[in-house]
Structure formats: structure tokens, C-alpha cells
Design a protein around this ligand. Structure first.
Ligand code: PLP
Length: 488
């Protein structure tokens, strides 16, 4: 194990070489063959620019905008840019929009829920209404903030909720109605226009989670893709979130949370003067926060520019079209949802073609996709987040998919021992112990083994798929807790 605190400091070159060595085990962040986690525009020189900007401001502290005006200026510029992209700002119907830069989509959503909750101190049991396809970060926000979550089921064909069902879920305690544009799992846009109108009529705030594709949709629309209304042009939309570290292609750690006006934003702030230290006023969850990601985002947006994002949207659209075509050409596979925006989500109609095995076969050939477990009538699927860097890879994807599908058929579906299946289906979550999970992890080769050798994940996914959500959660917590141990 590498000691993070050696007795004597290690020379800089060596430390960097060690880090590079460790990075070699990671999935490839560039090259257009990793369809989750990373967003790669494949634009020459952009990484270098972002890293230089990051380094310039890494030690700047967002704690106090008056001490570091560069941070305030770059944040205000990012907020203005995001607002403009999302139909707000001067000359629009949302001229008074304001916002904050957060560390990511989850923080933006937690703050959107907190702001809505704290706007109603008289509601003692606040509730949040969201489609079941809304990002898991809403569940996290609800959990952290003591807000009850009312999930509205989605149609199994369109993956969007019936607006009437959203209306029916709103009660006197509802502080926020949320929807996605687009959702992560299937990449579809909810009926935002209807949902926002319903929320407005009931006097409830409406948050549009555009974390994922909010930066892509407006540019896709301008290159000819049919994008329904989803932004501040709809009067009922009171807040929106958009992650710059997704389709704005900035380094990780930057999202923007927007409110239609400053009055709506006010409960977002936390100020405290009742202690003997500095008076604290925080717009976001962190207090001390690095200027690095913000400077890097500013540099990225300014360098790519509006026309650059249009071109990246064009490349993304063409890549999505190409991948979707490749899927439709493989027997037994089909698109689960229309590949209208930035996601290709595929499923298998052939019981002999196990999607989890297919994902492993693709990974063995260097294509890293994201398996999604079956959920409430929605079958298992493979998710591809498509970015501009994928376009040059499209011609190789079709043959790789066909070959992987043939290999998956030859391998056959995962068959779990009956005992394991029964356990997954019926074990009460609170009876799962750390030892049981350690045993499973050993059995599946998830611990030990060759460093960097990817385990076959199909069996793990099959176990998770057989388990209900609460047990899935417990299995994952125990497993990650096993991984997160000090490296003595
Ligand atoms: C990614 C994502 C989030 C959460 O964002 P993080 O940056 O991972 O915290 C929220 N909503 C949607 C739709 C997303 O795709």
C-alpha cells in the first residue's frame, strides 16, 4: 500500500508517477467508450485550459465573496450563462432570475428542496412530489431534510408521469413538485408544461431538474431536434438545476441552481451570527469551497462558446442516431425509450440474451456501459450517456455490439443458485450482515483478485436484480463499506 504520510516527503516527480500508475486502473475518461460518469467533448486543448484555470484558483475560498471578488465575478457569469441557456434573463419572461453555483447536481437538488421547505415554516410535515424516474438525489434530499417523498409512477412505455397523477399527489403539505428534463435513466423529458401549470395553479413551487441534459437540450433544439418546452419560458417553473460538469463539459464539481426571482431564493441561504467567530452566510451547503472548479468552468464555457456548444450538440445528436441504429440492427435488442436526446437505453427481448452478460462482454471489448436494474415493471436495461467524443467511435460500436451479443448468447443467461435467489428475494434487509456481504464479495471475486482486473459483474447484477430495492440498498452499503477501509 502507498503511504499517504511517509516519514520523509517523496519527490514531486515520483508522487506524480505513483498517481499516474494508480490512474491506469481507472476506466478511460477520454476516448468515447465510457458511457457513464464522464462527459468528454474531445476538444483539443480544452483539458489543459481547464486545468490551468483550476490551478489558478484552487486555493481561493468561496466562503466569502467579498474577500475573493474573482470568485463572485466568475460565479455570477456562470449563473447568467446558465440562465440564458434555460430561457431566463433580460428580454425573457423570467428577467429577475438569480442563482448559485453548487458542487454538483445532488447539492443543487438538496438546496432546491431545502429552499422550498424553508419557504413554508408553517408546514410541519412537508412533502415533495416527483415522478418515480426523478433522480435518486431527490430521495437523498428528502431523507436529509425530513421531507416526505411522494413518488408518482410513470407509464411503462413513455417513462413519464401522467400530469393528472401528479396533480392528485399534491396535498396541502406539498412544498415542491419536481420533474426532469431529461431524466437520467431513460433520457426522456417529462411533460413539464402541464406539470408546471398544475403546480402554479395549486400555488406550489415547481423544480425542473435539468442537471443531466439541461445544457444539451437548448443546443439540440437549435440543431433541429424537437425539444418540448421545459425551461423558464414556462411561467410555473420556479427553479431549475443544470450541471455544468455534464453537458457543459467542465471538470467535476460545478452545477447551477436557478430561481425565478430573489424572493424565491431567499430561504436557500443560511446565515448565523450567534457565535463569537466570523458571521457566516452560505448560499450553498459547503462553507469553505475551492475556487478551482468554478474557474475551470468559467474557462471552459468562455473557450467553447455558444457556437462550440452547438457543434458539440450536433456531434452528440449524430452519435446518438448512429448508436440507436446499431442497437436496432442486433436481433433481440431494442431501444427501451426513444433515443431523442443524449441517451441510448436498450433492452433485450430475448431470454437467451442476458443484458448483464452483454454489458460484461462489451466491457471485455473496451466498451463501458451502465446496466440498470429492473424496477416496477420497467425491464433491466443498458444505459449509454452519449457525448460528443462518441461520434468517431460509432462505426466500431455496431460490430462490437453484435459480437458481444453473440458472445452473451453463447455464454447464456446468469443462473443463480436457488438458495441465493431465495435469499435475494426474501431476506429481510435488516438481517443482512456485513459478514454475509463479505462472503458474497469473496464468492464473486469482488475483493482480492488481480488489481485492476474487472470482475464479471453479471452475477452481481443478477443478485441485485433479484432483490427488492431495500435489500439492494443494504447490499450496496455493506459492500462499499467493505471497500472503504484505511489502507494501513
Ligand atoms: C447527475 C444527475 C443528478 C445528480 O448530479 P450529481 O452531479 O451526480 O450530484 C441529478 N439529476 C439528474 C437528472 C442527473 O442526471
Amino acid at each position: 500500500m502507498i503511504d499517504a504520510l511517509p516519514p520523509q516527503g517523496v519527490p514531486a516527480d515520483q508522487v506524480l508517477a505513483e498517481l499516474r500508475g494508480m490512474r491506469d486502473a481507472d476506466l478511460p475518461t477520454h476516448g468515447g467508450r465510457l458511457f457513464a460518469y464522464v462527459y468528454d467533448p474531445a476538444k483539443a486543448g480544452l483539458d489543459e485550459l481547464a486545468m490551468s484555470a483550476y490551478a489558478l484558483s484552487a486555493h481561493v475560498n468561496g466562503l466569502d465573496p467579498t474577500a475573493f471578488p474573482s470568485l463572485l465575478a466568475t460565479e455570477n457569469a456562470l449563473v447568467a450563462a446558465a440562465a440564458r441557456v434555460l430561457g431566463a434573463g433580460p428580454g425573457t419572461d423570467a428577467p429577475d432570475v438569480v442563482g448559485s453555483v453548487t458542487s454538483g447536481g445532488t447539492e443543487s437538488l438538496i438546496l432546491a428542496v431545502k429552499t422550498a421547505r424553508d419557504a413554508h415554516p408553517e408546514i410541519t410535515s412537508p412533502r415533495l412530489v416527483a415522478p418515480s424516474t426523478a433522480h435518486a438525489a431527490f430521495a437523498k434530499a428528502a431523507h436529509y431534510l425530513g421531507v416526505a417523498l411522494d413518488l408518482v409512477p410513470v407509464d411503462p412505455e413513455t417513462f413519464t408521469p401522467d400530469p393528472a397523477a401528479v396533480a392528485a399527489a399534491i396535498t396541502a403539505d406539498t412544498v415542491l413538485v419536481a420533474c426532469s428534463a431529461p431524466s437520467y435513466a431513460q433520457g426522456v423529458v417529462d411533460p413539464v408544461e402541464q406539470i408546471a401549470a398544475i403546480a402554479a395553479e395549486r400555488g406550489v413551487r415547481c423544480h425542473v431538474d435539468a442537471c443531466f441534459g439541461g445544457w444539451a437540450l437548448p443546443f439540440l433544439r437549435r440543431v433541429g431536434v424537437a425539444v418540448p418546452a421545459f425551461d423558464f419560458s414556462l411561467p410555473g417553473v420556479t427553479s431549475m438545476s443544470v450541471d455544468l460538469h455534464k453537458y457543459a463539459y467542465t471538470p467535476k464539481g460545478v452545477s447551477v441552481l436557478l430561481h425565478r426571482d430573489a424572493g424565491l431564493r431567499r430561504p436557500q441561504y443560511f446565515a448565523f451570527a450567534d457565535w463569537p467567530g466570523y458571521t457566516m452566510v452560505n448560499p450553498v451547503i459547503s462553507s469553505t469551497r475551492s475556487g478551482g472548479p468554478i474557474a475551470a468552468a468559467f474557462a471552459t464555457l468562455r473557450h467553447v462558446g455558444d457556437e462550440g456548444y452547438l457543434e458539440l450538440a450536433r456531434q452528440t445528436r449524430d452519435a446518438v442516431t448512429g448508436l440507436a441504429k446499431a442497437v436496432s440492427e442486433v436481433d433481440g435488442l431494442r431501444l427501451l425509450a426513444p433515443a431523442d436526446f443524449t441517451v441510448v437505453c436498450l433492452t433485450s427481448d430475448d431470454p437467451g440474451l442476458d443484458l448483464f452478460v452483454l454489458a460484461d462482454e462489451l466491457a471485455a471489448r473496451g466498451w463501458h456501459t451502465q446496466p440498470q436494474l429492473p424496477y416496477e415493471g420497467i425491464p433491466a436495461s443498458i444505459h449509454l450517456t452519449v457525448t460528443a467524443s462518441v461520434l468517431p467511435q460509432v462505426p466500431q460500436f455496431g460490430p462490437a455490439l453484435a459480437e458481444s451479443a453473440a458472445a452473451a448468447r453463447a455464454h447464456g443467461p446468469v443462473e443463480l443458485p436457488a438458495e441465493l435467489l431465495a435469499m435475494a428475494a426474501h431476506l429481510p434487509p435488516d438481517q443482512l450482515t456485513a459478514d454475509m456481504v463479505a462472503g458474497l464479495a469473496d464468492m464473486f471475486g469482488l475483493t482480492g483478485g488481480e488489481p485492476g482486473a474487472a470482475p464479471r459483474m453479471a452475477v452481481v447484477n443478477a443478485v441485485l436484480a433479484a432483490a427488492p430495492p431495500r435489500l439492494r440498498e443494504r447490499l450496496l452499503v455493506e459492500f462499499v463499506s467493505l471497500l472503504q477501509r484505511p489502507s494501513w
